[in-house]
Design a binder for this molecule. Structure first.
Ligand code: GAR
Length: 188
């Protein structure tokens, strides 16, 4: 199952990999904190169950989330562009079952405030020659869980945050399905 707050292109990459028989899995559902998330429309187009949970982080929302998780009983929980912190209660309960994709080479440019465009802007301001993306386990600390796999992307001299973001995102769409296949123990 997935969590997503935004456009959902990473979610779509996994849906496509499943539909192309590159991953043998069923997506039990998608949770979003944002009723306008493009990811919700993408899920509905593929008949995947969706839930919008507002007030994320409140006790009431956590109770609702726990009840959905109990129902869906996922083997793997994937944060694909999900911008809220997962409550500690849930990261502890689903230890080593929650993974996140992040648009930098963690531990660089991780933590609160580093998401989307902000990450790429910081990379360019620092003058880094490379950036990339990371899939890691989610623990109680933002972006600090054990790294599973990374992909490096060259930073080009005339890059803007937008051009760098686009090249990193293209790699995310390859990396995330690969990691999921590996974690579900499916070699290719
Ligand atoms: C992706 O670049 C993902 O790595 C990033 O948000 C984007 C979501 O795009 N996640 C974070 O910054 C998490 N800290 P998408 O909705 O098109 O998959």
């Amino acid at each position: 199952m997935f969590f997503a707050s935004g456009s959902g292109s990473n979610f779509q990459a996994v849906v496509d990999a499943i539909e192309n028989n590159e991953i043998d899995a069923v997506i039990t559902g998608l949770i979003s904190d944002n009723e306008h998330a493009g990811a919700l429309r993408r899920a509905e187009n593929h008949n995947i169950e969706v839930r919008v949970i507002k007030n994320f982080g409140t006790g009431e929302a956590t109770e609702e989330l726990l009840s959905v998780l109990r129902n869906w009983s996922p083997d793997l929980i994937i944060l694909a562009g999900f911008l809220k912190k997962i409550p500690d209660e849930i990261t502890r309960l689903y230890h080593n079952k929650i993974i996140n994709i992040h648009p930098s080479l963690l531990p660089k440019y991780g933590g609160k405030g580093f998401y989307g465009k902000h990450v790429h802007q910081a990379v360019l301001e620092a003058g880094d020659k490379t950036s990339g993306c990371t899939v890691h386990y989610v623990n109680e600390e933002y972006d600090e869980g054990k790294i599973i796999m990374q992909k490096t992307v060259d930073v080009l001299p005339d890059d803007t945050p937008e051009t760098l973001a686009a090249r990193v995102l293209a790699e995310e769409h390859i990396l995330l399905p690969n990691v999921i296949r590996q974690l579900l123990n499916q070699t290719k």
